[in-house]
Design a protein around this ligand. Structure first.
Ligand SMILES: NC(=O)c1ccc[n+]([C@@H]2O[C@H](COP(=O)([O-])OP(=O)(O)OC[C@H]3O[C@@H](n4cnc5c(N)ncnc54)[C@H](OP(=O)(O)O)[C@@H]3O)[C@@H](O)[C@H]2O)c1
Length: 330
């Protein structure tokens, strides 16, 4: 078995990667501050702040069989890791995003589609507009330094246990509560998700097999209607009644698409809908296996119960907002 370095490892995807690597018998070192949580049992934490100068110097000279970097929005982090470990690592995974694409309208595009213009910020930024551009620059840095050994996984909407975004989890939580639940009227819009455990498992198996290349890493193409059906079948309450509301009526009622306060998560405008309609057949052919949505729904609901289903949410409608919108439609 190998020696793995996970740059991250204390939350969600990178923690799931560390878990999968430990489960598959690897020795796993995680590099993080330790602020977001603990590394999984069996992994070792090297407490490091990647914003500090020479952050990864303690790793110089260390040898790993595989490195996984989830750097979200920092080209200097990516460059530093490549400088210290790139020359010796036989395999390098960089977790990127489908937000790298310039066109969010077209359905069915693959990894050859045009990208947004890279941004090479040298200082940390929280500007959301920089997310895709910094990922493009980070991908380029990985290809330049280790392209012959690199897997670039452009993740789609990652769902399931420990998701901190409150997006996908809104639906199992809402449908399990029952009663009259507003759903987006355009149920034929595309929907595409990847369970965090499936993505993590694929990343680890790909590292073991030295899979190289760029992939859209998400599940099969589906529709919002089918995803909500699978959620409802898995966890929906007996008295659940889904009330489809047209996009115009939702907009008039101040309901936002996709995410954020007063939103219906996963609902997309046509200008964004191509985001959840990527061609993921190449990733499937390269071994990315996806569990049924129902399984993700059950796990997401369990996580919702841990978080407290009535907490203030980052995404979705509160019960009061939903009642108000339903009343306004009468
Ligand atoms: N969520 C989605 O739907 C989605 C979709 C597409 C792509 N992605 C990509 O998927 C990846 C998700 O990664 P993730 O789930 O592991 O979450 P993450 O929020 O990106 O955190 C990753 C790790 O970074 C560590 N970290 C943060 N600041 C640090 C610092 N200054 N120094 C050292 N470590 C630091 C955190 O640990 P500590 O806080 O303990 O330091 C954590 O373990 C990202 O690359 C994201 O861009 C996500």
């Amino acid at each position: 078995m190998g020696r793995w370095l996970v740059l991250g490892g204390t939350r969600f995807l990178s923690r799931a990667v560390a878990t999968a690597a430990v489960t598959r018998g690897h020795e796993v070192v995680c590099v993080a501050r330790g602020h977001s949580g603990a590394v999984p049992a069996g992994a070792k934490l090297l407490a490091v702040d990647r914003d500090a100068p020479g952050a990864l110097d303690p790793l110089r000279g260390e040898v790993f069989d595989a490195v996984v970097d989830v750097a979200r929005m920092s080209l200097p982090w990516v460059r530093c890791a490549l400088d210290v470990l790139g020359p010796t690592a036989p395999h390098w995974t960089f977790v990127s995003t489908i937000s790298v694409y310039a066109d969010s309208v077209t359905h069915g595009s693959g990894v050859d589609a045009g990208l947004v213009t890279p941004r090479t910020d040298e200082t940390p930024t929280e500007d959301g507009e920089a997310y895709g551009p910094i990922k493009v620059a980070s991908e380029n840095a990985v290809r330049d330094a280790a392209g012959d050994r690199a897997l670039i996984a452009r993740a789609g909407l990652i769902c399931g246990p420990d998701d901190g975004t409150d997006r996908f989890g809104y639906w199992p939580n809402r449908l399990a509560r029952g009663g009259r639940a507003i759903v987006p009227g355009d149920l034929a819009q595309p929907a595409q998700i990847i369970d965090v455990r499936d993505l993590a498992d694929w990343i680890v198996r790909s590292g073991e097999e030295h899979l190289v290349g760029t992939f859209d890493a998400s599940g099969p193409r589906s529709t919002l209607g089918a995803v909500l059906d699978e959620n409802a079948d898995a966890v929906g309450a007996a008295d659940l009644e889904r009330v489809p509301v047209t996009p115009d009526a939702l907009t008039a009622a101040g309901v936002q698409p996709w995410s954020g306060p007063r939103s219906l998560p996963l609902w997309l405008t046509p200008a964004e809908a191509g985001m959840l309609a990527r061609d993921t057949a190449p990733a499937a052919a390269a071994g990315l296996r996806c569990r049924p949505v129902a399984d993700t729904a059950r796990a997401a609901l369990e996580h919702e119960h841990v978080l407290g289903p009535d907490r203030p949410r980052k995404a979705g409608l509160t019960p009061a907002e939903e009642s108000e919108v339903l009343t306004s439609l009468l």
